[in-house]
Write a new protein. Structure first.
Length: 313
């Protein structure tokens, strides 16, 4: 069985995330404490106890999701003796999850990643006035059809394909009026469903260029190492093995489409048949069989999941 480890993105956060792991594992507690120290806030308390509206803020949700993913990975590594290069062929992360993947692969230090994601969240939230942007999920159309819908809906505004998650599951992002037009057009062109999403900003579209510029500046100052396992990048759906290309990919990722379906298909074509999601929720592991029925996915979130994975490994 050939595996890939994947790391969730924004939207998976939930009050209580990581709490069972923190109670059960000193290695997990160490991760949460290190992230709290790096940020100068008790993010772990917010994760464990809420309130939910504060946890959902982009600047909190992004480092929180990374912290939980890294706590799971640290337990596997420290307490389970798991070696990343010996356990998987590739890594990938959905949007902010790329930072989690790169931290697991040793490219970033944990404290640096926490600070980067705090800044990324603030920059993304601040790039577009609240209410001016929107995102919508268009279900039942393929990616090329959604590209056409987005082009036709733009009418001089921004409407970009943001997430190509699975066959028939594509998200668009941009100016609110253009995204609303895309919803109506998608329905007229046979979409099974087209719904506006409850998001705080229009992620992964050209409106977020100010956030991309901000990330370019901070990433330039961060020490990066080559990943210990190739990362299949959101922007290219191709593997990255050197630190040299990472800053450019992570900057472009802010405004570019998350090519998740293609990333999973690349892995499938390169012998991966098992996708292991580390962290909060089951979104990515749930997409696996929608992308390719020959692949299987499993979510690893708490102590019982870790125990089951260690038996498999």
């Amino acid at each position: 069985m050939a595996r890939a480890f994947v790391f969730p993105g924004q939207g998976s956060q939930a009050v209580g995330m990581g709490s069972a792991l923190a109670e059960a594992s000193p290695a997990a507690r160490e991760v949460f404490e290190e992230v709290d120290d790096a940020l100068g806030q008790s993010l772990s308390r917010l994760m464990f106890e809420g309130p939910g509206d504060e946890l959902t803020l982009t600047e909190n949700a992004q480092p929180a999701l990374m912290a939980h993913s890294m706590a799971v990975f640290r337990v596997l590594e420290r307490e389970g003796g798991v070696s990343l290069p010996a356990s998987c062929l590739y890594l990938a992360g959905h949007s902010l999850g790329e930072y989690s993947a790169l931290t697991a692969a040793g490219s970033f230090r944990l404290a640096d990643t926490a600070r980067l994601l705090k800044l990324r969240g603030q920059a993304m939230q601040g790039a577009v006035p609240v209410g001016a942007g929107a995102m919508a999920a268009l279900l039942g159309l393929d990616f090329e059809q959604v590209e056409e819908v987005a082009r036709d809906a733009a009418e001089g505004d921004v409407c970009d394909p943001a997430n190509d998650n699975a066959p028939g599951q594509v998200v668009v992002s941009g100016d609110r009026a253009a995204v609303e037009r895309a919803v109506a057009l998608a329905k007229a062109r046979g979409a099974r469903r087209a719904i506006l999403l409850d998001v705080s900003a229009p992620f992964h579209c050209s409106l977020l260029q100010p956030a991309a510029d901000a990330m370019a500046e901070v990433l330039d100052a961060v020490d990066m190492q080559d990943p210990s396992v190739p990362l299949v990048a959101n922007v290219t759906a191709q593997p990255v093995e050197s630190a040299a290309g990472l800053p450019d990919l992570l900057v472009r990722q802010v405004t570019a489409t998350v090519r998740w379906r293609e990333s999973m298909m690349f892995m499938r074509d390169n012998n991966v048949d098992r996708v292991v999601e580390l962290g909060t929720g089951k979104v990515l592991s749930g997409l696996v069989r929608r992308i390719d029925r020959e692949m299987s996915g499993v979510a690893v979130e708490g102590p019982d999941d870790i125990e089951a994975l260690l038996k498999e490994l």
